[in-house]
Design a protein around this ligand. Structure first.
Ligand SMILES: [Zn+2]
Length: 428
């Protein structure tokens, strides 16, 4: 059960957040000015160091964890994560705030400098502001506000700044979880400060299955196609079955998870890429294609069994082979991410939800993400059951030109995080 905090302490800490709001904005602007662009992973060392220096100033013990042994960790682009730990009276409970400091490339359409950290009309602009440097600023200053108010957390709080979330998180949160930094043996609660909008709690995400299907044929002269076997025709048959058999079936499967937007409550499949025959660039020769393929993105639900998800694709391919023995194929798994969801009634979810209600005066909806984020690593590799995403960023600002976060959301989310930390860890 969460600790209770007195109305006086609550009031004190909320004032304390207001009192350091300007400092928090300064920190966020400075963090935005470090262009930690991924790919390829620019300025990671600088980013980690900048966060680490601030954590040290705020009383944390700081460690840098590089993703040694992973191919993406190179001399040119080192994968450096930072973790700060502030021990309380007691090692447990332990609350871990995690935020990724890599940002996606700038892209087109900006009207402001994406790395200036411009503050205008209550909005802070820059690539990675909402996704999700504002979240990092909020969690660091939430805990600092408690300390400045002269209060001490009873349990332990950790803050990590990690890399590569935008490219799968393997050198970031996954690495920390694999190496015991985020683990059920020490960690009770994880709040990932991804943009959830300031007034919502995200409790999980759907599953992902990427697979490649290659169809094989036999080369022949394009003027006598009956002498060859077209791999492209085979692929066309398969795609037809996916569209006319699998898709309508998936559209009937709906999850009970609160996935937003509502359309993504249904299982789905998308064709990411298609290839085959001759390259479109260069001279063409008359040939029956002996090889074609496509990459599929199947999003599956917590209610679906993964073996069935994969099996029903294979069934379609096998059926095509039964109808035509020249239909030959290979199928390869590219990525499998299982769905995760933290219990809506868990202490972490109810505590953060209560904080949102107090600060913003509204009952927060619980949501789940149509895509995946680092929660998969926390749950699957770290085996920490209580994990949510909560942060000030605006979800539909992520990856957009002129990305911004409002100062108001930043401050309010820091208040929610401060109240949550006090309740989850207790105060002495
Ligand atoms: Zn993000």
């Amino acid at each position: 059960m969460s600790a209770t905090i007195t109305a006086k302490d609550q009031d004190t800490v909320l004032r304390s957040v207001d009192a350091i709001a300007d400092e928090m904005v300064d920190f966020l602007q400075a963090l935005i000015r470090i262009p930690t662009v991924n790919p390829p992973g620019e300025e990671y060392t600088t980013g980690a160091q900048f966060i680490g220096d601030k954590l040290k100033t705020f009383g944390y013990e700081v460690a840098y964890v590089s993703a040694e042994g992973l191919k993406e960790h190179s001399a040119e682009y080192p994968r450096v994560n930072v973790i700060g730990s502030m021990a309380g009276q007691s090692a447990r409970p332990l609350l871990h705030f995690n935020g990724h400091f890599d940002v996606v490339p700038v892209g087109k359409g900006w009207t402001v400098d994406p790395f200036s950290g411009l503050l205008r009309d209550g909005k802070i602009y820059g690539r990675g502001t909402s996704d999700q440097k504002a979240g990092i600023a909020a969690s660091i200053y939430a805990v600092e506000a408690i300390r400045r108010a002269g209060m001490k957390l009873h349990g332990t709080v950790e803050q990590s700044g990690t890399v590569d979330e935008e490219s799968g998180g393997f050198a970031g949160v996954a690495y920390l979880a694999q190496h015991g930094y985020i683990s059920q043996n020490k960690t009770d609660f994880v709040i990932i400060t991804e943009p959830s909008n300031v007034d919502r709690v995200c409790i999980g995400h759907r599953g992902v299955y990427w697979f490649k299907v290659i169809t094989h044929g036999r080369i022949g002269h394009g003027s006598m196609p009956f002498l060859g076997v077209s791999a492209i025709d085979h692929l066309g048959d398969f795609i037809y079955s996916v569209n006319h058999t699998l898709k309508p079936e998936l559209a009937t499967r709906k999850t009970s998870m609160p996935v937003e937007p509502p359309g993504s409550k249904f299982a789905s499949v998308n064709i990411n890429a298609i290839f085959g025959g001759q390259d479109e660039i260069g001279p063409q020769t008359p040939c029956v294609a002996d090889r074609a393929g496509a990459i599929f993105d199947r999003r599956f639900l917590a209610e679906e069994d993964f073996e069935q998800v994969r099996g029903e694709v294979r069934d379609i391919l096998e059926e095509l082979h039964r109808q035509n023995e020249e239909f030959k194929y290979t199928m390869e798994d590219l990525m499998i991410v299982h769905p995760v969801q933290t219990e809506p009634t868990s202490e972490l979810v109810t505590t953060v939800a209560a904080g949102i209600e107090e600060v913003l005066g509204k009952r927060p909806p619980l949501t789940a993400s149509p895509g995946t984020y680092d929660q998969k690593h926390v749950t699957r590799l770290g085996h920490v059951k209580d994990c949510i995403a909560y942060g000030p960023g605006i979800l539909n600002q992520a990856h957009q030109p002129d990305e911004y976060c409002t100062v108001e959301d930043l401050v309010n989310s820091a208040k929610v995080m401060a109240l949550s930390a006090m309740r989850l860890l207790g105060t002495d």
